[in-house]
Design a protein around this ligand. Structure first.
Ligand code: NCD
Length: 304
C-alpha cells in the first residue's frame, strides 16, 4: 500500500506515468468514468479549502466512485479531542482511500502510519502540499512542454507557503532549473529547503526582494498568498500582506511567453486586471488539478 506525503514519494518516472495518465483522462474522460465504481474516497479536512477538497471529490465522482468526509475540525470528532491516529483508523473502515489536510506539520504522516488505506497529504501546516505540486507540474508540462531549462520565480510567502516547498522539492530533479526566490526578508524560503534541497542537488538559486528587477528573465512566475493563518501576530501580517501586487505594469516587463501560476486562493497579490492577460494561467491550472488527482487516485488504488 502506498501513500503520498511528499512529491519525492514519486520517482521522476512515476511522475511521468502519472502525467501521461492524466493526459489520457483529459482526452477521453468517458473511458475512466467507471474505474472507481464501488470505491469510496474520504476527505478529512481540518483546515479550510475550496479547490483541494472539491477537486478531490470531483475527481472521485468522475471516476464513478463516491465520497464522504468533513470540511472542518469543528464538524469532526477532533472537536471532542479525538487524535488524528484514532480518526484515521475509523476512516479506514469507511473508505478505500483518504485525503487529509491538517494545520500541523507531519499530521498526514501520523495518519499514514496508522492507516490501512492509502493516505494522501492534502496539505500539512506550512510543510508540504504534494497534490498542488502535481497540479503545478502538469500545468507546466502541458503548457510549456518540459521542465528542463527554465527560470522560475517564486514570489510572496516563501516561509509558510507549503506549495512552494513542495514544488521546489519536485523541480530540483530536472535539468537546469534556475530558482529566483522573491520575498520580503521576513518571509524568505526556509534554511532547510536551501540546504537540504537546493544546495544538496546543486540547484542554481538567488534571493531578491524586488519583483520588477527579475521579471524580464522569468519563464514562470509562481505567485503566492501571504499565509495569514500561520502568522503569530496580526500586525506582521498586515504589514506584509500587500508587499507584492502583480499588475499590468509589472507584467509589461515580462517575456511574451512567460506564464503566471498561483495555487489560489488569491487575495491581493495578483490584480484582477492581470486575469485577461494571455500569460495568466492560474485558472487553467485548476482544471489540470482534477485530472492529475484522478490519475493519482487510480494509481494509489492500483486500478491502472
Ligand atoms: C494552497 C494551500 O492550501 O496551501 N491552496 C491550495 O490548496 N490550492 C495555497 C494557499 O492556501 O495559499
Amino acid at each position: 500500500m502506498r501513500h503520498l506525503m511528499n512529491p519525492l514519494d514519486l520517482t521522476v518516472e512515476e511522475l511521468d506515468d502519472l502525467m501521461a495518465l492524466a493526459d489520457d483522462i483529459q482526452k477521453d474522460p468517458k473511458k475512466y468514468s467507471h474505474r472507481c465504481d464501488g470505491k469510496i474516497l474520504a476527505t478529512c479536512f481540518y483546515e479550510p479549502s475550496t479547490r483541494t477538497r472539491l477537486s478531490f471529490e470531483s475527481a472521485m465522482l468522475q471516476l464513478g466512485g463516491q465520497v464522504l468526509g468533513f470540511a472542518s475540525a469543528d464538524s469532526s470528532s477532533a472537536a471532542k479531542g479525538e487524535s488524528v491516529s484514532d480518526t484515521i483508523r475509523i476512516i479506514s473502515c469507511y473508505a478505500d482511500i483518504c485525503a487529509i489536510r491538517h494545520p500541523k506539520e507531519g499530521a498526514a504522516l501520523v495518519a499514514a502510519s496508522r492507516s490501512t488505506i492509502p493516505v494522501i497529504n492534502a496539505g500539512d501546516g506550512g510543510h508540504q502540499h504534494p497534490t498542488q505540486t502535481l497540479t503545478d507540474l502538469m500545468t507546466i508540462h502541458a503548457l510549456k512542454g518540459s521542465f528542463n531549462n527554465i527560470t522560475i520565480g517564486l514570489c510572496g510567502d516563501l516561509k509558510f507557503g507549503r506549495t512552494v516547498h513542495s514544488l521546489v522539492n519536485a523541480l530540483v530533479r530536472y535539468d537546469n532549473v534556475r530558482f529566483v526566490f522573491i520575498s520580503p526578508d521576513e518571509l524568505r524560503i526556509p534554511g532547510y529547503i536551501k540546504e537540504d534541497v537546493l544546495e544538496k542537488n546543486g540547484a542554481e538559486y538567488s534571493e531578491v526582494s524586488r519583483l520588477e528587477d527579475v521579471m524580464p528573465k522569468l519563464d514562470i512566475l509562481y505567485m503566492t498568498r501571504v499565509q495569514r493563518e500561520r502568522f503569530f501576530n496580526e500586525e506582521d501580517y498586515v504589514r506584509l500582506k500587500d508587499y507584492y501586487i502583480l499588475n499590468k505594469e509589472k507584467m509589461s516587463l515580462a517575456k511574451e511567453d512567460m506564464m503566471v501560476l498561483h495555487p489560489l486562493p488569491r487575495v491581493n497579490e495578483i490584480s484582477v486586471e492581470v486575469d485577461n492577460d494571455k500569460r495568466a494561467k492560474y485558472f487553467e491550472q485548476v482544471q489540470f488539478g482534477v485530472y492529475i488527482r484522478m490519475a493519482l487516485i487510480l494509481t494509489l488504488l492500483e486500478l491502472v
